[in-house]
Design a binder for this molecule. Structure first.
Ligand code: CP
Length: 316
């Protein structure tokens, strides 16, 4: 067992060492096998502040918190005083003053967390921040649960061929995953509409036609077409779901051509018959629900890292 991870905040995967990533996977697998959770000698209070809609991430963090014995303080973003103009920083100060120890935040602004984890002169915020997704920036818990799911299937990352397919420029999941997977030794490929691909990703992998990847890859990582992020995108007006499905989606013919051990991943929610045929969502190669299940255990490991990093609950 590698050393347990300790972090003051968990906002990104970029600064994690390979040892820390390995340790978090091991810890999540340990929790999944029913391993005991650390004994808290003091109460720990946590809020989940979600300013963008979420089913999986929000509920999964709530479940992970419950399993770790943390006390969740409810927060309703739609009815919070941010609707009256209170800033996110001030809202966090409120949580601090009320005795909250750490918060999981999802926000639509990229890098919203920088102002929270690096308070300026005269600012005194003392709250552990866990990033539940920032705009098109990062989605560290989704990345970590994805790599846990890949590790669970293959036992390693070296030389695995992973295709990331779809609305890549708008995807925080893709950004987090391409960096980590490359670092762990996987070969990353990209596909999907060229207008949703940016050459800034070239340093992580090769962009290829979808058809060339179908029979070659070990992991087919599909991304949701994120219509809510397409304001001002000229391609949105002409988007044709059936055409997308034909060119970049997994239908029954494509499914049959995948390698025997290939797995299909999707962060969810799935657009049925766009990224994946609706009647393949629960197919044997689909890891969709396995990813969610693993997400609870990975989020336990991530929260534990912040508890230890901040010496909360009497943990070191
Ligand atoms: N994958 C993901 O972030 O899903 P939710 O938006 O439902 O949390």
């Amino acid at each position: 067992m590698t050393e347990l991870v300790k972090l003051p905040h968990f906002v990104s995967v970029e600064n994690l060492s390979t040892d820390q990533i390995t340790s978090l996977i091991e810890r999540a697998e340990y929790f999944k096998k029913g391993g005991a959770t650390p004994e808290l000698t003091k109460p720990v209070y946590v809020t989940n502040m979600f300013f963008e809609n979420s089913t999986r991430t929000h509920t999964s963090f709530a479940m992970a918190e419950k399993k770790l014995g943390l006390t969740e303080i409810p927060f309703d973003s739609a009815h919070s005083s941010m609707s009256k103009g209170e800033t996110l920083y001030d809202t966090c100060l409120v949580m601090n003053a009320l005795g909250v120890d750490l918060t999981v935040i999802r926000a639509k602004e990229n890098n919203y967390y920088n102002a929270l984890i690096n308070p300026g002169e005269g600012q005194h915020l003392e709250l552990g921040i866990v990033n539940g997704g920032d705009g098109s920036g990062q989605h560290p818990s989704q990345c970590m649960l994805d790599i846990m799911t890949i590790h669970e299937k293959f036992g390693h990352f070296d030389g695995l061929k992973v295709a990331i397919v779809g609305d890549i420029t708008n995807s925080r999941v893709a950004r987090s995953n391409m960096e980590i997977l490359t670092r762990l030794g996987a070969e990353v490929y990209f596909s999907g509409p060229e207008y949703w691909y940016d050459h800034e990703f070239d340093k992580f992998g090769k962009y290829l036609p979808f058809d060339e990847l179908v029979e070659e890859v070990d992991v087919m990582m599909l991304l949701r077409v994120q219509h809510e992020r397409h304001d001002g995108d000229a391609n949105e007006a002409t988007f044709d779901a059936a055409d997308y499905h034909k060119k970049y989606g997994i239908n029954h013919d494509v499914y049959q051509r995948l390698k025997k051990d290939c797995i299909i991943m999707h962060p969810g929610p799935i657009n049925h018959d766009v990224e994946l045929a609706g009647d393949l969502v629960e197919a044997p190669k689909s890891m969709f629900f396995k990813q969610m299940q693993n997400g609870v255990f990975m989020r336990m490991a991530m929260l534990e890292a912040v508890l230890r990093g901040r010496k909360l609950g009497g943990l070191e």
